[in-house]
Design a protein around this ligand. Structure first.
Ligand SMILES: [Zn+2]
Length: 315
């Protein structure tokens, strides 16, 4: 009983620490007006590898990614019952150890969102993210948009050639409930920032490879198990429900795309005052496109660094 009281008393303290911090961080982001103001970004490589238009896009993207990541942060207390939250994280974070995991979601989003603006509080280049336009590890392939390796984030040719809009431009455009049509520059950068360990997450956030009902393509997993990389609206939602409607699947906390899609769904729903969380093919119960189209319209974010611990089949 004693322990339970302590746990309950502890949780609101953590949440109240997030709220004023989010307001300060957003205020700070508004004061950024040139690339060197972004304390978490090292532009050394970008100066040589990216052209000035690309650097402008990245500056605006890294400056605004905090808007996307922080949309849900001021209201975490009641958000556990929000349908968008439940779609991407599952239901049942209301008590005990799961409440701490609930806090982890928002702490991780906060850390990723403010990393470009603030850095991680450390000094020197090793604490910053190198932004690069050169595929120095030869991982850019067709429809691979970006990747992260250590302190380096590479934006691939397809990131530039598909013409993704900026968040603040898209939100002024025509609303849609089709969430997977809403890939923005900032969405992609947030996905990649979730892989940057220097932001200070409790554990490495990867692109989960696992088995999902009705999904069968791509990923190779040791042991000959057919699995998928959990990219896209539909797969992220399936991952959240993998253990049933009432039991959150905590693998979602280690999957970058769950953070990115949750944030985009919440951002556009709030801005447009409609619920934006359906895959393109399932709008309002009718199939409006090819129901078998690849999630994300086939876009992938990265071949992220991964090790044995990140092979997650069967969990
Ligand atoms: Zn990724």
């Amino acid at each position: 009983m004693q322990l339970k009281v302590l746990c309950l008393a502890f949780a609101p303290a953590v949440l109240s620490a997030i709220i004023p911090d989010s307001i300060r961080a957003l205020q700070f982001a508004h004061s950024i007006d040139r690339p060197s103001d972004l304390q978490g970004i090292n532009w050394f490589y970008a100066e040589a590898e990216c052209d000035s238009r690309q650097r402008d896009t990245l500056f605006r993207g890294f400056k605004d990614v905090i808007q996307l990541a922080y949309t849900a942060l001021p209201a975490p207390r009641g958000i556990g019952d929000n349908p968008i939250f439940k779609d991407f994280w599952g239901y049942g974070y209301h008590s005990g150890p799961l409440q701490n995991r609930f806090n982890t979601i928002f702490n991780n989003l906060g850390k990723a969102g403010r990393f470009p603006s603030y850095g991680n509080g450390g000094k020197g280049e090793t604490n910053q993210l190198n932004v690069r336009c050169k595929d120095y590890l030869s991982r850019c392939k067709s429809r691979i948009l970006a990747y992260v390796s250590g302190n380096n984030m590479v934006l691939c040719p397809d990131f530039w050639s598909f013409g993704f809009p900026h968040l603040k431009d898209r939100v002024k455009g025509k609303p849609t409930r089709a969430l997977d049509r809403l890939i923005t520059i900032e969405h992609i950068l947030l996905h990649e920032l979730m892989h940057v360990d220097n932001a200070g997450f409790l554990e490495h956030i990867t692109d989960i490879r696992t088995t999902l009902v009705g999904e069968s393509d791509s990923a190779e997993i040791p042991g000959g198990i057919t699995a998928v990389v959990v990219y896209g609206v539909q797969r992220c939602k399936k991952l959240a429900k993998k253990k049933g409607e009432e039991t959150p699947n905590l693998q979602t906390l280690m999957n970058a795309d769950n953070y990115a899609w949750f944030s985009s769904a919440y951002y556009f729903s709030k801005a447009w005052d409609i619920t934006v969380n359906e895959p393109e093919s399932y709008i309002e119960g009718s199939v409006t496109g090819n129901p078998y189209a690849p999630p994300n319209r086939g876009f992938k974010y990265a071949d992220n660094d991964f090790g044995e611990a990140e092979w997650t089949a069967g969990l």
